[in-house]
Design a protein around this ligand. Structure first.
Ligand SMILES: *[C@@H]1O[C@H](CO)[C@@H](O)[C@H](O)[C@H]1NC(C)=O
Ligand SMILES: *[C@@H]1O[C@H](CO)[C@@H](O)[C@H](O)[C@H]1NC(C)=O
Ligand SMILES: *[C@@H]1O[C@H](CO)[C@@H](O)[C@H](O)[C@H]1NC(C)=O
Ligand SMILES: *[C@@H]1O[C@H](CO)[C@@H](O)[C@H](O)[C@H]1NC(C)=O
Ligand SMILES: *[C@@H]1O[C@H](CO)[C@@H](O)[C@H](O)[C@H]1NC(C)=O
Ligand SMILES: *[C@@H]1O[C@H](CO)[C@@H](O)[C@H](O)[C@H]1NC(C)=O
Length: 511
């Protein structure tokens, strides 16, 4: 249980960080974009023109319909619980658990849970250290350094960035390309796919500049900035009954639909389905659930999210997954497909779509991001604003942009731990012994995916989320379960008795 002061301080990020960087109308136009790209010169895998058509000349009917699932901000047990209540019970058409992208900022992050989430197969991406808009290089690069040092995330696997408040500049994109990021995902696709002037482009490289947010970000578009091989993954808005005038980008379920004055889950579900269908029955541009999961955490003391909203989101995913060739993916998976486009029936041939479990003897005591192995081995770093846990030794001071990798704290005679080297993967690294348990590919991972069959097979995923119930049904809360195992149905003990009123205020502030 958290102490009250800790509860209070963990509420702070909600107040500070909950603004969603929403949009209220088109953020681009063809004239503002001034975009030119020659597809005979710009070719995959490292160049792709901004286009509304699927990559590789695929017919829309052979193209997978991707639903990108992302979460932003601090990683805590509460936020992983919130994500798990939507994804833990689901599988993609190849039988693999769902992977998602976590844009991680570091204030209030529990580093060991980042390790666990990564080792369970998810993508960890950069959201600056302290959650600032138009960030300086130290905020962006410090996040990489601290996640590598204190969560053991290989630098090579942190490939993506999203700007806090979706607030980026031309310089932000340049800094990212300089630091060898593969992609940014901060811009909006703000015009419906059914509009001839739609800006819902498939992900593209900036060889010929940006083509999104041309009306809102100075110094971008008209061919700028030119960053060869660096990808932009637009965030695809949902549109309510007002069409282009009713866009919903992040956490759409926290918005009022159709200009109404209260949240109406039925109306939200309707427009989410309608926008999905518009994508699915046209050029199958991806769609995304871009979440701030803390808003939907049923385990966060004082926050009491609407069970009807949680059920509505699961209902949407159930409905979408019953359709052919629908895949819920991380941004890395989406880009793997962009760079190597294959028909939906062959998605299983791409490595990132397979599911592999690291083969580590469960009886081994090794601090590696696998809860069975690491139990009892975590260091508890007792900082007053947010105590966290890590396998990699507590830093003597909290990481900051000026000092993202402080020296290890040995003030009480603690043994220093060994940080992840570049040639060992996280699950096999023993930070206490400083030893890699696996040095060859053959002992490392086992493939658990199943064949998805020939073209034309029934390639629907397995959704077993809650049915859509309105009202205040007492749904069991989800607890963090590593490795995407099915959810337990035991009710969670952390009920909202403390700070209930403050929690409501906080959620209200997020709108
Ligand atoms: C932090 O991680 C530890 C170890 O997994 C866990 O026991 C604790 O509940 C976590 N706390 C939060 C707030 O995430
Ligand atoms: C973006 O961030 C910068 C720097 O933090 C700030 O000055 C600016 O007002 C922000 N812009 C928006 C639209 O929030
Ligand atoms: C909620 O939206 C649905 C669908 O648009 C509508 O039929 C219903 O009347 C709305 N409910 C309220 C309370 O406004
Ligand atoms: C975030 O962490 C940095 C470094 O420890 C600290 O200086 C800053 O005050 C923190 N910001 C918030 C909002 O807690
Ligand atoms: C990994 O790198 C370290 C030194 O950086 C070296 O001692 C070790 O042998 C390498 N391991 C493998 C498997 O290449
Ligand atoms: C695919 O499977 C789903 C769920 O099992 C079923 O409802 C649907 O009718 C099947 N579609 C085809 C085209 O076989």
């Amino acid at each position: 249980m958290l102490l009250p002061y800790a509860v209070l301080s963990t509420l702070l990020p909600l107040l500070v960080f909950a603004q969603d960087g929403g949009i209220d109308g088109p953020t681009s136009s063809a004239a503002a974009a001034g975009y030119n790209c020659d597809p005979t010169k710009c070719v995959l895998p490292n160049c792709n023109c901004a286009s509304t058509s699927p990559p590789g000349g695929l017919k829309p009917s052979d193209t997978p319909q991707f639903i990108v699932f992302t979460a932003d901000d601090a990683v805590q047990s509460y936020t992983l619980d919130a994500v798990n209540q939507f994804l833990a019970q689901r599988k993609n058409p190849n039988g693999c658990p769902i992977k998602m992208t976590y844009f991680t900022s570091l204030n209030f992050t529990n580093y060991t849970l980042v390790t666990d989430w990564y080792v369970a197969g998810n993508e960890i991406a950069d959201h600056t250290m302290t959650h600032v808009g138009t960030p300086p290089a130290e905020e962006i690069n410090g996040n990489l350094i601290a996640l590598n040092a204190l969560a053991g995330i290989p630098l090579s696997s942190i490939q993506g960035f999203r700007a806090p408040f979706l607030n980026y500049s031309a310089d932000t994109l340049k800094l990212l390309a300089q630091a060898q990021f593969l992609y940014d995902s901060s811009s909006a696709a703000s015009i419906p796919v059914t509009d001839p002037g739609t800006d819902a482009f498939w992900p593209y490289t900036l060889d010929n500049g940006m083509a999104n947010n041309c009306l809102s970000v100075p110094g971008t578009c008209q061919g700028e900035p030119k960053l060869p091989g660096f990808w932009e993954i637009p965030m695809y808005a949902f549109f309510d009954d007002r069409g282009v005038n009713g866009p919903h980008l992040m956490d759409p379920w926290l918005d009022n639909a159709n200009g109404a004055s209260t949240i109406n889950d039925t109306a939200t579900l309707n427009y989410m389905k309608n926008t999905f269908t518009a994508h699915y029955s046209n050029n199958r541009q991806p769609i995304g659930l871009y979440t701030h999961p803390i808003h939907l955490s049923t385990t966060y003391p004082g926050v009491n999210p609407s069970q009807s909203t949680i059920a509505m989101i699961n209902n949407f995913l159930d409905w979408a997954q019953q359709q052919q060739d629908v895949w819920i993916v991380s941004n890395q998976q989406l880009l793997d497909f962009m760079r190597h486009p294959v028909p939906a029936s062959q998605l299983n041939t791409l490595d990132s779509f397979k599911c592999t479990t690291p083969q580590v003897d469960a009886s081994l005591q090794i601090c590696n991001g696998i809860p069975k192995n690491e139990a009892g081995l975590l260091s508890h770093c007792d900082f007053s604003d947010f105590p966290f846990y890590t396998c990699y030794g507590c830093p003597s001071v909290e990481p900051s942009p000026q000092n993202p990798n402080p020296s290890q704290d040995t003030s009480n005679g603690q043994q220093t731990r060994f940080r992840l080297p570049a040639n060992c993967s996280t699950a096999f690294w023993d930070p206490i012994a400083g030893k890699c348990l696996c040095n060859q590919g053959s002992c490392a991972f086992v493939d658990n995916s199943r064949p998805i069959g020939a073209n034309g097979a029934n390639l629907t995923g397995g959704g077993t989320g809650d049915a859509f119930v309105t009202g205040t049904g007492a749904q069991p809360a989800a607890s963090f379960i590593p490795f995407n195992a099915a959810l337990s149905s035991s009710p969670n003990a952390l009920v909202a008795i403390v700070l209930g009123a403050l929690g409501a205020l906080v959620l209200g502030a997020g709108l």
